[in-house]
Design a binder for this molecule. Structure first.
Ligand code: NAP
Length: 309
């Protein structure tokens, strides 16, 4: 049984890293798969995080994640920079296969794969992705200097993206399908105060125009159904996220939106020894701090499970 780990953690956002810190400190020698390209999770694509407790003057998302990673290393977790591509979660010994074809065994597994950007679902959105269509202002904003760009969405992400993009763009039009934002008051106020941001309410994007790069958007008024074409050279989609649970289909109970179901306030899934945390589970709060909190819970749940065996 020496090649069987006590706990393997999949995912490296605040949930995965926190689970690894707790499991490491509990001497469980955790193995954490941090992903081949996306180590650190969604916060790696964020700018300043102002509301993570303990950072009175704010902290940059990537810096916060780098710091969590160092803390993971300090408590002896084995960090593997690869993706898990296959899982076999049933039975006492779980098996996980990584992108390089290696299989790792574990008595318990903590799933913390987070979520991925949601797409509008238009054929031309996909075709022009990387050619004017983007999901990440901090990654791509630089390419839109002095241009007029659109941001779609009405939540905090849309506000954050729009505000960040005003560093580069000459004008940012925030397009929302309703007349009321879902974002927090403080973020709405910041966007409203920014002279480069225009708001276009009650409109949805029904097509992305352009041959080899974005030249405009076809919009539809959600109240009157009237269609209009507007010129833009960029489209930033900030309409939320979807849980990254593809790996788990057929093995674990997922809700209709693909989130992993857990038992009550715990992180226990319906398979003994398999725990889930962070944005993979949470469709309500979805904050870095709540993800970290459930990562801690998952490690404690796994520890109790292992001590009971
Ligand atoms: P969100 O809160 O779920 O908002 C998604 C927005 O996109 C909603 O306004 C929604 O419209 C719109 N939308 C969804 N599907 C759409 C579609 N197909 N076409 C057009 N619009 C669509 O997602 P989020 O903004 O990514 O935020 C997720 C969580 O992270 C939230 O809890 C948020 O507070 C947090 N967050 C916090 C910060 C911060 O504090 N700085 C920054 C980013 C994110 P409806 O309103 O009509 O549903």
């Amino acid at each position: 049984m020496s090649d069987v780990n006590e706990v393997v953690i999949v995912g490296s956002g605040p949930a995965g890293y926190t689970a690894a810190i707790y499991a490491g400190r509990a001497q469980l020698k955790p193995v954490i798969y941090e992903g081949s390209v996306t180590a650190g999770g969604a916060l790696m694509n964020t700018t300043e995080v102002e509301n993570f407790p303990g950072f009175a003057t704010g902290v940059m998302g990537p810096e916060l994640m780098e710091s969590m990673r160092k803390q993971v290393e300090r408590f002896g977790a084995k960090i593997i920079t690869d993706d898990i591509v296959l899982v076999k979660l049933t039975g006492e010994i779980k098996e996980l296969t990584d992108g390089s074809g290696n299989t790792v065994k574990a008595k318990s597994v903590i799933l913390a794969m987070g979520s991925a950007y949601k797409e509008i679902g238009l054929p031309n959105e996909k075709r022009l992705s990387g050619r004017g269509v983007s999901w990440c202002a901090t990654c791509d904003g630089f390419f839109f200097r002095d241009q007029v760009i659109a941001v779609v969405g009405g939540g905090d992400s849309a506000m954050e993206e729009a505000i960040f993009l005003t560093k580069f763009a000459s004008e940012v039009v925030l397009i929302h399908r309703r007349d009321k934002f879902r974002a927090s008051k403080i973020m709405i106020e910041r966007a409203e105060k920014n002279p480069k941001i225009e708001f276009l309410f009650n409109h949805e994007v029904i097509d992305v125009l352009g041959d080899d790069k974005v030249s405009g958007l076809k919009l539809k008024n959600t109240l009157t159904a009237q269609e209009v074409v507007k010129d833009f050279t960029g489209l930033f989609v900030a309409i939320g996220h979807l849980p990254r649970s593809e790996l788990l289909v057929g093995q674990l109970e997922l809700n209709t939106d693909g989130y992993v179901q857990v038992e009550g306030r715990s992180t226990k899934t319906q398979i003994p020894g398999v725990f889930a945390c962070g944005d993979l589970v949470d469709f309500t709060y979805r904050q870095a701090i709540t993800a970290a909190g459930t990562g801690c819970q998952a490690a404690l749940d796994a520890e109790r499970f292992l001590s009971g065996h």
